[in-house]
Design a protein around this ligand. Structure first.
Ligand code: SF4
Length: 463
C-alpha cells in the first residue's frame, strides 16, 4: 500500500466519496461507534473529523454506507458486544453491498481476534490497531478503491501524530491526550499490550492544542493518559505533570482543567498542592484502588499497599476538603478471599469515596493474572461484589449530600433528557446538578443553589 500524507489522502478520499455520492444520488453517510474509555472517545473524534473532511455525513445508524467500530478489550464482555454488533452490521451489508465496515482500537491488537474476524466476519473491509490511527485517511482511500479485507495492525507506534482533523462531541469541552500507552503492567490489565509503551506528547504541543481549543470556545479540558502522574518521563526535556498543569492554567479562556487517570504509586504531594491552590483545576481526583488487600495489591503488581494508599487518600481529604475522590475496584482477582474483600471494604469505610466503579475480574488472555491459580468462582465473586457495592453506595450517598444548601459553580452541559424544562450542569467536584434553564445556558458557568441531594446528584436553582 503506497504511503501518502494525511492531507493528500483526505483529498483523494473526497474524490472517491463524491463519486460514491453520484452513484447513490445522495451524500454518503458514515457512523463511528465507540466502545470503552475516554481515550477511545477522543480517538473517535479524530476518526469522525477525518470522515467529515472526506465528505461523509455523520449518522448514528449502523446501516450507514461506512461504519467504523472503535473497540475496547479491557474486559471480555467488551469483545462479545463488538461481535454482536458486527453480526447485525453484516446483515445490513447483505442489503447494501457497497457498504464498508471497519474495525480499530484496542481489541484489534489481539492476534486471536484478527484470526476470528478473518474466519467468521469476512465481510469486514478494514482492520487497524491503536498505533496507526493517523493512517486512517490512507486506509479510507484503499477501502473505497478496492474490495477485500485490509489488515494493518502494528506491534508498536512509530510516532505521535499531531494535528489530525477532529470533530468534537461538545463545543465547550474537550479531551486532550497528554500521553499514550502504559509501563505499569498491572497483572490483570491488557492495556500495556494493546496501547504500547508510555510516551508523552511534547508540552508545547499540548499547550498549543489547549490554546487552539480555547480560541474555538472550549472552556474545559480533560487531560487524558493511562497514568497522568508519570507524564514527561522519556521526554528530551522532561517536565512533571504538576508543571504541565501550571502551564495550562495560564491559558486565557480555559476555565476548568480535569485529568484522568492517576496512579496512587506516582501521585505526588506537589500535585496535591497544585490542585489545592488552583482556581481552574477541578476538585476531583480519580484514584483507582483496585483492592484494599496488600496481598492482592502485590499480586496485581500495583506497587503500593493498603497503608500507602490510605495515607495518600487521607492527605487529599485533609488538604482539599471539597475534593471528590472516586475510584475503581476489582472483585474476584485470582487468590482473593472474603478476608481480602474485608480489607477492601475497610478502605471504602476509611476513604468514604464520592463514587466508585466496581468490576468483577475478567480474565484477559496474555496477562499474567490469566495464568494464575486460584481463579475465583463467578458466583463467589458476585456475592463479594454485592457486599462491596452496598458499602460504596452507602458512603457515596453520604459524601454527595455534604454540599446540600451550598451555592456552587456549575458548567451547563446539556438540556435534561428526562425533563426539557431543566438543564444539567457539572460541579468542579464532578457532581451533577439539574436545575431550571434552557439550552442557551449550555457551555456557560452559573452559580447554583444545591437545594436537594438525590443520592448521586442534586436538584437546584440558579442564584
Ligand atoms: S496503570 Fe495498570 S490498570 Fe492502568 S492502564 Fe496501566 S497496566 Fe492497566
Amino acid at each position: 500500500m503506497n504511503s501518502y500524507s494525511v492531507t493528500d489522502s483526505i483529498q483523494r478520499a473526497k474524490e472517491l466519496v463524491s463519486e460514491l455520492g453520484n452513484t447513490l444520488g445522495r451524500v454518503p453517510t458514515a457512523a463511528v461507534i465507540t466502545f470503552g474509555c475516554q481515550m477511545n472517545a477522543r480517538d473517535s473524534e479524530k476518526l469522525t473529523g477525518i470522515l467529515i473532511q472526506a465528505g461523509f455525513s455523520i449518522v448514528e445508524e449502523e446501516s450507514a454506507d461506512f461504519v467504523i467500530y472503535n473497540t475496547c478489550t479491557v474486559r471480555d464482555n467488551a469483545n462479545q458486544r463488538v461481535y454482536g454488533r458486527l453480526g447485525v452490521c453484516g446483515g445490513f451489508k447483505k442489503k447494501n453491498p457497497h457498504m464498508k465496515i471497519a474495525l480499530c482500537g484496542c481489541m484489534m491488537q489481539e492476534p486471536s481476534v484478527i484470526e476470528k474476524i478473518k474466519k467468521s466476519y469476512r465481510f469486514v473491509d478494514l482492520i487497524f490497531g491503536t498505533h496507526n490511527l493517523y493512517k486512517f485517511p490512507e486506509y479510507l482511500v484503499s477501502v473505497l478503491e478496492q474490495d477485500g479485507m485490509i489488515i494493518d495492525v502494528w506491534d508498536k507506534p512509530d510516532q505521535i501524530e499531531e494535528d489530525l482533523p477532529v470533530a468534537r462531541k461538545y463545543s465547550f469541552k474537550s479531551g486532550v491526550n497528554i500521553m499514550f500507552g502504559c509501563n505499569n503492567f498491572c497483572t490483570y490489565c491488557i492495556v500495556p499490550y494493546v496501547r504500547g509503551r508510555e510516551r508523552s506528547r511534547e508540552p508545547k504541543e499540548i499547550i498549543r492544542e489547549c490554546e487552539r481549543l480555547a480560541s474555538e470556545g472550549v472552556v474545559e479540558v480533560m487531560l487524558l493518559g493511562q497514568n497522568v502522574n508519570s507524564y514527561g518521563r522519556g521526554l528530551e526535556n522532561p517536565i512533571s505533570f504538576p508543571e504541565l498543569l501550571k502551564e495550562i492554567e495560564k491559558i486565557e479562556g480555559i476555565k476548568r482543567i480535569r485529568f484522568m487517570t492517576s496512579h496512587p504509586k506516582d501521585l505526588s504531594d506537589e500535585l496535591i498542592e497544585v490542585v489545592k491552590n488552583s482556581d481552574k483545576i477541578c476538585k476531583h481526583i480519580h484514584l483507582p484502588l483496585q483492592s484494599g488487600s496488600s496481598k492482592i495489591l502485590k499480586a496485581m503488581n500495583r506497587c503500593y499497599d493498603k497503608e500507602k494508599y490510605l495515607a495518600l487518600a487521607k492527605k487529599i481529604r485533609e488538604e482539599i476538603p471539597d475534593a471528590s475522590i472516586t475510584t475503581d475496584i476489582i472483585i474476584g482477582f485470582p487468590g482473593e478471599t472474603p478476608e481480602d474483600v474485608d480489607e477492601t471494604i475497610d478502605v471504602i469505610r476509611q476513604v468514604e469515596y464520592d463514587n466508585a466503579f466496581t468490576f468483577i475480574y475478567s480474565k484477559r488472555t496474555g496477562t499474567p493474572a490469566a495464568a494464575m491459580e486460584n481463579q475465583v468462582p463467578e458466583e463467589e465473586s458476585h456475592v463479594q461484589f454485592d457486599r462491596v457495592l452496598a458499602e460504596v453506595q452507602k458512603y457515596a450517598k453520604k459524601q454527595s449530600s455534604r454540599f446540600e444548601g451550598r451555592v456552587m459553580e456549575a458548567l451547563v452541559e446539556e438540556v435534561n433528557e428526562n425533563d426539557p424544562s431543566l438543564v444539567t450542569g457539572r460541579l468542579s467536584n464532578n457532581i451533577i446538578v439539574h436545575f431550571p434553564g434552557d439550552e442557551s445556558l449550555i457551555g456557560k458557568f452559573v452559580n447554583v443553589k444545591l437545594n436537594e441531594c438525590k443520592g448521586f446528584y442534586y436538584l437546584g436553582e440558579i442564584q
